[in-house]
Ligand binder design. Structure first.
Ligand SMILES: C[S@@+](CC[C@H](N)C(=O)[O-])C[C@H]1O[C@@H](n2cnc3c(N)ncnc32)[C@H](O)[C@@H]1O
Length: 280
């Protein structure tokens, strides 16, 4: 396990993932009934953007750094920036919340969350960080087992993020199987699976496998900050969303062109959104 998210926190992929994840939670919270957030690959709670690891790559400067001082953000992004601003009260961008912190901040009294993180150091940090908060359970265990272990949840409403490091060739396959198991146990689970876009050919099989799934609905949302097949590394990223809450896709229709323009790192930045299973 070599991947450390501290090198990448706040980059274009985090902006894309976290802004949409937060909006999904907000839309689910329009109902008063409780919900449970599950995070399979939690990482840690807060990342120091002035730290050695973040500065080594400087990735955040092309991500949250571009939005931080922007005068005229779309509403969805203004909410996301406000969620980060609460950890940077003096206005200087220094701490970036990972998915567990971002979602913990947005939980209501009736909600709860279950986190898993396999890396012992990060799991210990998370445990210490959320100690004493009864609504937040942290497990140092394999995130692919989360659905099998905890679904169905008593609340009958769940939002589940799968966000693996993609260090192994079979991470997508393992995610698909974990989602299959989770949906068999609770079909209405709302799932967000994040995936990197480096080489589109490598993703073709994944798309075909999703399209053949017996899932209720699957929405593919992708944002590339440069043409998808450059050899420069992470050209973009995607979210495969199962059972996304309405009217997310209508909102993303406005948001994605804006993000694509403002996070672009080269001509040819682009986005797409379409249903691979079911439809609106
Ligand atoms: C991309 S990072 C997570 C970022 C976090 N979800 C966020 O958005 O802020 C992936 C994390 O998964 C952890 N990890 C790797 N394999 C895992 C596994 N099988 N189960 C749980 N966590 C795992 C890594 O240690 C790393 O912290």
């Amino acid at each position: 396990m070599n991947y450390r998210h501290s090198y990448h926190a706040g980059n274009h992929a985090d902006v894309f993932k976290h802004a949409i994840l937060l909006r999904m939670l907000q839309l689910m919270q329009r109902k008063e009934t409780p919900l449970c957030y599950l995070d399979s690959h939690a990482g840690t709670a807060l990342y120091d953007l002035a730290g050695e690891q973040a500065n080594k790559t400087g990735e955040y400067s092309e991500g949250i750094g571009r939005l931080w001082q922007h005068a005229d953000l779309p509403a969805l992004l203004a909410d996301y920036r406000a969620a980060i601003a609460r950890h940077n009260p003096d206005g200087q961008l220094r701490l970036y919340p990972g998915s567990p912190q971002l979602m913990a901040d947005a939980l209501r009294e009736q909600d709860r969350m279950i986190l898993s993180e396999l890396h012992p150091e990060d799991a210990d940090v998370l445990k210490a960080h959320f100690a004493g908060q009864d609504a937040i359970a942290v497990h140092q265990r394999d995130g692919y087992e989360l659905g099998k272990a905890f679904l169905p949840v008593t609340e009958k409403r769940a939002l589940w993020l799968l966000d693996p490091p993609f260090e192994r060739g079979d991470d997508l396959e393992r995610c698909l199987q974990a989602i299959d198991t989770g949906l068999q146990r609770m079909r209405q689970t709302v799932v967000a699976l994040w995936y990197p876009i480096k080489d589109t050919r490598a993703l073709k099989g994944f798309y075909q496998q999703v399209a053949a799934r017996d899932w209720p609905k699957a929405l593919r949302v992708e944002l590339n900050v440069r043409p998808a097949d450059t050899t420069l590394g992470l050209n973009g990223s995607g979210l495969m969303l199962v059972n996304p809450p309405w009217p997310l896709w209508e909102e993303l229709d406005n948001l994605l062109p804006w993000l694509s323009e403002h996070l672009a790192q080269a001509p040819g930045a682009n986005w797409r959104m379409d249903w691979l299973v079911g439809g609106p």
